[in-house]
Unconditional design. Sequence first.
Length: 95
Amino acid sequence: MKSTLATEIGRRLRKMRVRRGLTQQRLAQMTEGRPDYSYIGKIERGEQLPSLKVLERLARALVVPPGQFFRQGIGEALLGRWEGPPPVEGSGGRA
């Protein structure tokens, strides 16, 4: 079963790569073959969750900040919508 995080990172990676007109093979060349193009394909399909080191290499090749792989709602996708901590009983709402 694919993880939500792996799927979302893969979707974002593919979108960034395609926008720049790069093939998986060309992107792999730009990262000096680490990761290789078959691994990039696995990431894009959500079959492989890349390490932070791999994400850093990919981000450098794509000229984006590494955080770009995690922006815009990925937290909600992973954790659900968070509405804050539950109220503490007996606190009366004051600190």
